[in-house]
Design a protein around this ligand. Structure first.
Ligand code: CAP
Ligand code: MG
Ligand code: MG
Length: 467
């Protein structure tokens, strides 16, 4: 046990100089306080045993275990945020708290359940710049979710086949199309050809419908230069506002996310989280939760991140966590399981800020209260086994319409094709809005009627589905 890391009840941890985290911990053959001190040491200044070369100053940077709940194996650890790389680097934080500690032989369970960023720390991080509000302005869509699609098959289409499906989805009424998470520069679909063909499809459908559309291009790459080359090429072909940059944040990494956030602040930064399941699934003893990943994505400045379908789609993930993640994305004030987070860089006791939080809780607009040095909102991107029939249920579950949906098979498996799939999405939403049952509303809507018939036969079993 390295007792210098154990400071139960130390009130200094609330002085704004610490990032706070709650871990579920368990050691193989040590007490909770033992494994807590090991994790606090390894994730801040120490190693497996007290080191003789520590100085008074280095010890002032120790992470501190300030609370323990033996019954539930919970440990609260405070990190002096001064240990983190200056200049707002999320990759560095994750290396501290989600790095070596996940590999320690003595640790059996090490799951980060929640984190808290004090205002003095928030102000050092970028946070989102281009938000869903900017995309709404470009698309002229204010009151409803932005309805999107992922082109399927996941990979294997030529650039013209790919663009044709974009055209079909957009002409059926869809707003937003994304590359799938592995789409890159494959020989059968060269990147520049794909961008050009998407541009032609977008121009055609805008001409025919008078409606603007958005495409999210996956710019994840082998290296920085290639990623930037893709981003710059897209910028040279597409109109401002008509494109987003998608980065596979887990496999391409936090550095890729923050590079694009800083280099292209006026572009929607789409964080795809493929691979997050290795850290976030309930059954994984080592890792972090979806709300924790989401909080760090907002800190890093993603405009939107996939936050899960709250037990309605095909991906594992607790409904409660997914709804919490959506709140952590969108709100000025969001409650985690262990921390209340105010996404503002001014003192939390500020009276006007408190008023803004009250207004938000009452569903009122608080932006008229002036510039708040807020960490701007990030939007939930809802995907994974969604189909038109599930939209209303999802909106009712998550309690907001301020998100982007992206449906793959939920649109491209529609028996009448992609265009009908898109139309069925808008029809299903309209039914929900008018509080009419889907069946009733579909009476004279063939696309929806066929969708009901097809997708009720292809329900995705979800272990967490609220029965
Ligand atoms: C969905 C998807 C998304 C995942 C992401 C896929 O396709 O394109 O990448 O859903 O999951 O590849 O599976 P479908 P999450 O719409 O055909 O299911 O949003 O949970 O990160
Ligand atoms: Mg900031
Ligand atoms: Mg995908």
């Amino acid at each position: 046990m390295q007792k210098e890391y154990i400071q139960i009840g130390n009130p200094n941890v609330f002085n704004g100089q610490y990032m706070l985290a709650v871990f579920r911990l368990e050691g193989y053959d040590s007490s909770l306080v033992d494994v807590a001190s090991e994790v606090a040491a390894e994730s801040s200044t120490g190693s497996f045993v007290k080191i003789g070369t520590a100085t008074a100053f280095s010890e002032s940077l120790d992470a501190l275990v300030y609370r323990i709940d033996e019954k539930n194996n919970l440990v609260w650890i405070a990190y002096p945020w001064r240990i983190f790389d200056r200049g707002g680097n999320v990759q560095n934080i994750m290396t501290f708290i989600a790095g070596n500690v996940f590999g320690m032989a003595s640790v059996k369970v090490c799951k980060i359940l929640d984190v808290y960023f004090p205002p003095q720390m928030l102000v050092q991080y970028d946070g989102p710049e281009y938000t869903i509000d900017d995309m709404r302005k470009y698309l002229n869509i204010q009151e409803r979710p932005i309805f999107g699609s992922i082109i399927k098959p996941k990979i294997g289409l030529t650039s013209s086949e790919y663009a044709e499906l974009c055209y079909d989805f957009w002409s059926g009424g869809g707003d937003f199309v994304k590359n799938d998470e592995p789409q890159a520069d494959q020989d059968f679909c060269p990147y520049d050809k794909m961008v050009q063909d998407v541009k032609h499809a977008m121009d055609r459908v805008e001409q025919e419908t008078g409606k603007t559309k958005v495409h999210s291009f996956n710019i994840s790459s082998s290296d920085y230069d290639t990623m930037i080359k893709k981003a710059d090429y897209i910028q040279s072909v597409m109109k401002p506002g008509s494109y987003a940059f998608l980065v596979d944040g887990i496999t391409a990494g936090w550095m890729a996310i923050q590079t694009i956030r800083r280099k292209y602040p006026n572009v929607f930064l789409h964080f795809h989280r493929a691979g997050h399941g290795a850290f976030t699934r309930d059954e994984n003893p080592i890792g972090y939760t979806v709300p924790v990943l989401t909080k760090f994505a907002r800190l890093a400045g993603a405009s939107g991140i996939h936050t899960g379908t709250a037990g309605i789609g095909k991906m594992a993930g607790s409904p409660k966590e997914d709804v919490m993640a959506a709140n952590h994305s969108l709100r000025l004030y969001s409650e985690g399981d262990y921390f209340k987070q105010i996404w503002s860089e001014i003192p939390e006791k500020d009276a006007d800020l408190q008023l803004a939080i009250q207004k938000e809780a009452q569903g009122e607009d608080y932006s008229n209260l002036g510039y708040w040095r807020i960490t701007k909102k990030m939007c939930p991107i809802i995907s994974g086994g969604l189909n038109p029939l599930l939209i209303g249920e999802f909106i009712d579950t998550v309690g907001t319409q301020d998100f982007i949906t992206t449906m793959g098979a939920g649109v491209h498996s529609h028996p009448m094709g992609t265009k009908a799939g898109a139309t069925a999405v808008l029809q299903a939403y309209e039914a929900w809005k008018q509080k009419i049952s889907l069946e009733e509303y579909a009476k004279d809507k063939e696309e929806l009627r066929v969708a009901i018939d097809f997708y009720t036969k292809h329900e995705v079993p979800h272990p967490d589905k609220q029965v």
